[in-house]
Each structure stands twice: as C-alpha cells, then as structure tokens.
Write a protein that binds this ligand. Structure first.
Ligand code: ADP
Ligand code: ZN
Ligand code: ZN
Length: 743
C-alpha cells in the first residue's frame, strides 16, 4: 500500500505529495488524514497523508517510519478543503494544512490516553498495542496533547467564612455581614471593608483565604433576556435561504437577535465568526447567556493549550456552537447547519501571511459540502458582497429600522474655520449631554499617518534602517518601533537628516484630545481607551464596564471603540477627525472611511434619541456625506468610481509581491513574471507593473509589485503555479488573491 504524503518542509518548489510505502505493520494504522513521520533526504519529517492507493508509480519507495496519530487529524471534508484552499489561494499545501489546526497540534507535543486510571503515552506503545488502542480510540477513548504552558496559571485570592467566632469590632461585623455565606474575591472585600478587620478575622481563623485558579476560558458576564422579535426581525429570520445570505441591517437593528433565532431554529452545528473577540464581548455575553454550555469560544487571547481545550470540546461533540475569529472557520464540526459571519466587511477575515485565505470564501466551501446556509451580516457590507446581493447571487435580507429608536441625526462640521481639535459645535453638544447625565463616545481616528515623528525643518520622518518605512512612536515604552520588522530605537533628540532639534510628533493623539477637553470642560469624567490603556488582560472589558456603570461621561478612544458597542445611555458620538483613512493611498479608502464612520455613528441614540458630529476638512466628500444620507447613496457613488477605475467588484484585483535582498535580481525577475503573465492571460486582463510599492523595502528585502485585474480567466491558477516554478530561488513570491490593501 502506498501513501501520498505532503511533507513539512519549506521548499516552495516541493508543493506536491510524495509516495511512501506503508510497511505491513502500519497497515490499518496509517489512514487518510493522519500525520506520519517519513524519511526525507537525510532527515525525518512530519507529513500528512492525503491519499492512499494500491499501486506505486515507482518501485524504489521509502517506507513511512511511524504514525503520529491514531485518529486522523483531518477528516475527509477538511482534507479536501485543505487541498482546495491551497489551490485557490496559490499557497503551499503544508502551510495550508498547518493553518487549519490549533498550534498545539502543530508542534511535537506528546500525546497520552487514560486507561484504567493510568496515563499511557502513545509514543511508548508497540505497534501491536497501537492497533488495539486505535480501536479503543475509535470507540471513544480520548487522546490528550500534553501541552506545557509557558504562561503561569493565574490565581485569585478568595475569602469565605469558615466558622463562627467572636468579633471584637463593628468593622469585623461588617466584613462578616458582607461575606455572608458566600465566597468573595479578596480584592473586592478589601475595597468595600476595612483591611485590618479582614486581617484580624483571617488570623482568628474565622475567615479562610484561598487561592483559586482563574478559569482559563474567556470570562463572560453572560446575560439572557426575554426577547420578542419585531415583525421586521421575524421576517428576516424567515427569509433565510439555503445559500449565501447577506443580512444588511442598519446599526441597532438587532442583528444579534436575528442570529440567535436562526440558531435556535436548527439543531445542527453552527460557526459564528466575529472580527475580534475582545471588541465584541457584549455580543458574546449575549450568546453565552442564551446558549450557555453549548458554546465554545476560540480567541487569540488564549494560550495554545487553552485553544486546544476549546477545540477538543468540538471534537468531543460537547458543544454545537463555536464563536471565534477567522481561524474558527476550520472548527471540525461534522454536521454543520449554519455559518454566520458578523461584520462581514472587516479586514480581519482575511489572513495576510502564509496561506492568504479569506474566511468568507472558506465559509462558502464548507457550506457547500454540508449543504447549509451562510449568513453575512453587516450594517456596512463590503461592496463586493452588496453587489452580489443586488444581482441575486446572494439572498439579500434587510433590516431597515432600528429595534427601539430611529437612527441618530448626523451633523457635519467643517473644521477649516476652527482653531482647536474639538469644534465649538461639538463642545456645546458635549456640554448639553453631560448636563442631562447622558454619555458621549469620541473617536480619535489614528490609523494612517499619525504617531510618527516629523522634522519641522526638513520635513523628513524617522525611518527604519532596513525597511524604508517611517517608525511608529510607542508612548508607553517611549520608543520608536518599525511595524514591519520590529526594530526599535530611542527617540532621537536631533533629526538624523538635517540635525535640527525641531522634531515633533505628527497627528492628533487621544491624549492631546483628552487634555484639550479637560481644559475646556473642567471636571468632565473621561475614560480613555487606546493601545496604551488596554495593555493588560481584561483592560478592554474593565474600561467598558466602567463606562456602562456610568463612571465617566466620555469614552474617548481609537478605532477600538467604533464597533459593536451597545450602551443605552450614549446619545452623542463625535469623530474628531474623519480624514486619516480617507487619505490612505488605496482604492478602498472611501469604503473604509464610510464603514468606520457609519459604525461609530451607530453607537449613538440606541435607546434614547441621539446625534452624531463628524468633524472634517472634506465636508462634501461622498464617503462622509453618505453617513448622513444612506448606504445606497454611498454605494452608488462608490460603484461608479470602481467602474471607472476598474476595481472590485467590476474587476477581480489580485496582488503579486516579489522580494529579494538582491535589488537587481528582483527587478529583472519581476519583468520576467510580468511578461509570463501577460502572455498567458486573455487580452481583457489588465496587468499593471512591475512597480515599487509604497513600502519599498522590508527587513532588507527589496519589493516589487504586479497587480492583476481581470473579469474571468480560466487558466489563472495554472499561470500562478507556473510563475512560481519559473522564479529564481533567491526571489520570494507572495500571491494575494483577496488583498485588503494593495501595497
Ligand atoms: P446590531 O448588531 O444590529 O447593531 P444589536 O443586535 O446590538 O444591533 O441590537 C441593538 C439593541 O437592541 C440591543 O441592545 C439589543 O439587545 C436590542 N434588541 C434588538 N432586538 C430586540 C428585541 N427583539 N427585543 C429586545 N431587545 C432587542
Ligand atoms: Zn530634519
Ligand atoms: Zn524595519
């Protein structure tokens, strides 16, 4: 018997399976989707069995050395899925398969099972025993990966009353009264009662202090509430069709409730993707509250071991719903009934390195296999999805009104006549809301060209030595960092170009806006949420909870406050500056600006009538006016621009990036690649380049870019495959079929 094995080796030209002989003693152990150890040149490497056949094409085959899995890591569906994704994204098979599983399963962790209360390591079994165990495992014996955690377990101290005893002061009485019969966190008790009284009671043995491991799962304050769907929401649930559905619902229309009802309506497995867990915790609480233990949550804050724990819940069929970021799309459910992608327009659904897959495309593949619907939800759908819905390629479901209020009134303020970062109009409105004890969200849009250091004399920024890109200032470390290679340096006192000492920070930061606001309205209570204030674990949640508990009038922050927040008392949203994103050199900059502004505007007036102030120097730009008018207005104008300029969704736009430490070589290879592609695609395809992208060098690798625009190309994947194999070994190639940005 012959196994076709893809080997874990990083040589781009070896992107195909190799034949290995399955030795007699491993027949019955090696299966499709199992991981094996194979000889490769002089090394022993991990491989994945992606095919088994009776006949060898060649008789001089090496034998598989051993089998890593007794149960396949990849079932039939995921095996086929991996092959398809690898093909569709023009990426390496082995990288693709490794992308699909939790890191715990990538490394060489030992595995064991428990049998008769004994821990038995699988790598100690004889081949004969392996066969026996394989049967046991198939019948439900569980295999565990021994993942040693690098991070130490976190514990918290708790206090509880363990015996009755004489108290000697009122303060001690107070502590006992507070504790009652329950266990309380020590820090909570200390903040409410006298610390010395607590100490005394502990020393008397009346209360016991114990350390409890903080549960590794994401902490959620799950809440359930009685919900009766509005007639519009009910209609949306009923409109679900067994294909891709685009749920276009304005902010506050109750998309979450619609998702919940859709999930309730089926008894099969569900994957719900969210852009980023820490920013969507309110929504997750809602799901936890409703579906309780049926839900597993996969997010980037978990360690390898913790992620693997959640993954196992899926394998053991203990849960039927997985909520997670992008990679949760690979959750190994065998009976999928629904895939939901919330905020489908978000860029985080696309992986930007290794296998450049888009979770939306993977969702379609999995849905096809399981014959189940996909729901793409958003108040601001991507142009490509909306265009497909308009042409009935997707089923369009709309929620046009908010559940309990009307949409907020949007004011656009022209900043060209203002002296400060906060306009008179915005300041007045803030004051009115504070007086009414209502709350305000202020967005300082930092993405773009802020937090760089600029020389006021020569106009140069401080650049990274190896990347031709401006370094970013990190206030909390007070250092400059390169976002491309991670290099970091102290802030210079002089400009490295002209020696001037007149160097300063560029752009508006959250801190300077906070200062300005405090000066204008002394006593105003501000919670700031940005990179600096959210370093600690749970910082996001703590800040948002404080805001919910009305401990502040204003929540002031960067992009991270723009999405998903649902606070009933917020009646004013201000955007300090709308421009940064608009000025990015990218064909999607208007779309991104419109999306961000609409999302943040949507935080206002969700329960009480509210309003929005957009401060801008481009008051007539359609991306900004669109927020005031409607999605359709914006959509029509943007479509016109895309049509004229030949971009998505009129053309598919793909990006090829070549890089090398050899400047001459990468340029000559780029010409070769360009000519090859030009020759092999139809004449209607537009091939642009080779050009040097905005960031021309990263980690001393010079970069050259080719952009391909096309409507339909039958042989595109073949052309890509050939391009890769004709390339000089010293040149690296990245093919990005769903680029978020061109550059
Ligand atoms: P979206 O995600 O569409 O912006 P949400 O799902 O966050 O909107 O809903 C907005 C608010 O309205 C939430 O507080 C939600 O709990 C509430 N809501 C929506 N639909 C209902 C309903 N049918 N009954 C009660 N509350 C609802
Ligand atoms: Zn200078
Ligand atoms: Zn760098």
């Amino acid at each position: 018997m012959i196994a076709k094995v893809i080997v874990d080796v990083n040589i781009k030209k070896l992107n195909r399976p190799f034949d290995y002989l399955i030795p007699d003693n491993l027949v019955g152990i090696v299966e499709l989707g199992t991981r094996v150890i194979v000889p490769f040149n002089v090394r022993k490497l991990m491989g994945i069995v992606i095919g088994i056949s009776d006949e060898a094409e060649n008789d001089n085959l090496k034998e598989i050395i051993s089998c890593i899995d007794l149960v396949p890591t990849f079932n039939k569906e995921l095996l086929e899925l991996g092959k398809t994704i690898s093909e569709e994204t023009a990426s390496n098979l082995i990288h693709t398969f490794k992308t699909m599983i939790p890191s715990a399963m990538k490394a060489k962790y030992r595995k064991y099972v428990y049998l008769d209360n004994k821990k038995i390591y699988l790598d100690t079994l004889s081949i004969q025993d392996q066969k026996t165990f394989k049967k046991l495992i198939k019948n439900g014996l569980e295999v565990v990966y021994e993942v040693k955690e690098k991070t130490k377990k976190k514990t918290e101290k708790y206090l509880k009353v363990v015996k009755t005893g004489k108290t000697t002061s009122l303060k001690q009485e107070e502590v006992l009264g507070y504790l009652g019969s329950e266990k309380h966190k020590k820090k909570d008790v200390l903040s409410k009662c006298s610390q010395s009284a607590v100490k005394t009671l502990i020393s008397k043995g009346i209360i016991l202090e114990e350390e409890v491991e903080v549960y590794r799962e994401i902490e959620v304050d799950s809440f359930d509430k009685d919900v009766t769907l509005s007639s519009e929401q009910l209609k949306a649930v009923d409109a679900l069709e067994n294909r891709v559905n685009l749920l276009h619902g304005v902010t506050g229309s109750g998309k979450t409730e619609v998702y919940i009802k859709m999930i309730e309506n089926i008894d099969k497995d569900v994957i719900l993707l969210v852009p980023e867990i820490s920013l969507t915790y309110q929504m997750i609480n809602r799901f936890k509250g409703r579906f309780k233990d049926q839900v597993a949550i996969l997010h980037s804050g978990l360690s390898d071991g913790e992620k693997y724990d959640e993954w196992r819940k899926v394998l053991r069929k203990e849960v039927r719903i997985v909520i997670g970021a992008r990679s949760a799309i690979f959750a190994p459910f065998e009976n999928l009934g629904l895939i939901i992608i919330d905020e489908e327009h978000e860029t985080t659904y696309k992986q930007d390195d290794s296998t450049r897959y888009h979770a939306r495309e993977v969702a379609k593949l999995r849905a096809k296999y399981h014959n189940c619907p996909v729901v793409l939800g958003s108040a601001t759908p991507s142009l490509e999805s909306y265009a497909r819905a308009k042409r009935d390629v997707y089923n369009l479901i709309e929620l046009k009104s908010r559940y309990s209020q009307s949409l907020p009134k949007v004011h656009i303020v022209d900043m060209s006549n203002e002296d400060n970062n906060i306009s008179h109009t915005l300041l007045e409105k803030i004051l009115v809301r504070v007086k009414k004890k209502e709350q305000i969200i202020l967005l300082v849009n930092r993405r773009g060209y802020s937090n760089f250091i600029l020389c006021k004399d020569c106009g140069e920024t401080i650049q990274c030595d190896s990347c031709d890109v401006s370094m970013t200032h990190h206030k909390y470390k007070n250092r400059l960092e390169c976002h491309y290679c991670g290099a970091s340096t102290n802030i210079p006192t002089k400009c490295p170009h002209c020696e001037s000492e007149n160097i300063d920070f560029l752009g508006i930061g959250t801190e300077s806006v906070e200062e300005e606001l405090l000066k204008a309205l002394p006593g105003i209570r501000i919670l700031r949420m940005d990179q600096d204030t959210t370093r600690k674990k749970h910082a996001h949640r703590d800040i948002l909870n404080a805001f919910r508990d009305k401990e502040a009038d204003v929540l002031l922050g960067t992009q991270m406050i723009a999405k998903g927040l649902d606070f009933a008392n917020v009646t004013l949203v201000g955007v300090v500056s709308c421009e940064q994103m608009l000025n990015l050199p990218d064909f999607r900059s208007s779309e991104r600006t419109y999306q961000l502004l609409t999302q943040v505007a949507g935080r206002s007036g969700r329960a009480i009538p509210g309003e929005v102030v957009l401060q801008t120097y481009n008051k007539d730009h359609y991306a900004i006016k669109g927020v005031q008018e409607s999605f359709d207005k914006f959509y029509e104008q943007e479509m016109e621009y895309r049509k004229l300029a030949g971009y998505v969704p009129y053309y598919f736009v793909e990006n090829i990036m070549l890089s090398s430490t050899d400047y001459k070589l990468v340029h000559s290879e780029a010409v070769k690649v360009f000519n090859h592609i030009k020759r092999n695609l139809s004449s209607s395809a537009k091939i642009m380049g080779p050009v040097v992208p905005g960031v021309s060098r990263i980690k001393n690798y010079y970069r050259v870019q080719i952009i391909i625009k096309y409507k339909k190309e039958e042989h595109l994947l073949k052309v890509y495959e050939d391009t890769k194999s004709m390339l000089n070994d010293k040149v690296d190639i990245k093919i990005d079929r769903y680029p978020n940005y061109l550059g």
